[in-house]
Design a protein around this ligand. Structure first.
Ligand code: UTP
Length: 223
């Protein structure tokens, strides 16, 4: 299988630097890559948000803030790639370079690409371009809810969604730099147009392996 894993920055890094945590993700990714071709797109997490908030406060425009966020995703990608022996130590900045690298490497790690969206969309675009069989979105919530589960006790978790339902749920939410939603709208639309089977789940190393094995975790989007 061709697997694209979107690894949220907060999932990989936690609240700060935790080398042991990064090592655990690296080990799982190495294991998966023994049987599958793997692309990992790493997010920016708390550090990206802090840079973006500070730059915004200093008067930077949203595109500039996005570029700052992208730099942090690439730094995080470097950290993970440094822990995966067989990953190239070069972080591609675009999808063509990522695909080229994957000809000689079982695992390719990258960060963001261009302004205007988050690494959810980057990973959806990469999944489309690489002809991925599955897109795994390892995030900080255990699936897609009808409402923000941290704010509403009535929020319902969806185990399964169609592509159209995903777009309907995600649309209408904020998309300014650094804003964190379960998935960004562009990602949902790319997933819908290319019908990429997607699993959105709580990002732990064990859950990544379970998702690859096809176990029913989080929210599965298909059909
Ligand atoms: P993230 O993908 O990390 O956003 O990119 P996030 O919503 O904070 O996700 P988590 O917390 O990691 O799960 C960080 C920021 O970098 C910019 C955006 O501003 C985004 O909010 N970015 C990232 C881009 O503009 N383009 C990209 O391709 C990737």
């Amino acid at each position: 299988m061709i697997v694209v894993l979107s690894l949220g920055g907060s999932v990989l890094m936690g609240e700060g630097f935790n080398a042991e945590r990064v090592r655990e993700f690296a080990e799982v990714i190495e294991r998966i890559s023994e049987n599958h071709r793997v692309f990992v797109v790493v997010g920016g997490g708390r550090i990206a948000r802090e840079y973006i908030n500070a730059a915004r406060e200093l008067g930077a425009d949203e595109t500039y803030c996005d570029y700052m966020g992208i730099e942090v995703t690439r730094l995080n990608a470097m950290l993970l790639a440094g822990a995966i022996k067989k990953a190239p130590k070069f972080i591609p900045h675009d999808f063509k370079s990522a695909l080229e690298l994957s000809c000689n490497h079982d695992v390719v790690v990258m960060g963001g690409t261009f302004p205007g969206h988050t690494t959810d969309a980057t990973s959806a675009l990469l999944a489309e371009f690489a002809g991925a069989d599955i897109l795994l979105n390892a995030t900080s919530v255990d699936g897609v809810y009808s409402d923000d589960p941290k704010k509403s006790r009535d929020a319902i978790k969806y185990d399964k969604l169609t592509f159209k339902q995903l777009v309907d749920i995600v649309s209408g939410k904020e998309t300014s730099a650094g804003v964190s939603n379960v998935l960004d709208l562009l990602a949902a639309k790319i997933i819908e147009r290319s019908k990429i089977k997607t699993v959105i789940f709580l990002g732990t190393p064990e859950n990544i392996e379970r998702a690859v094995r096809g176990e029913e975790i989080g929210t599965v989007v298909f059909g």
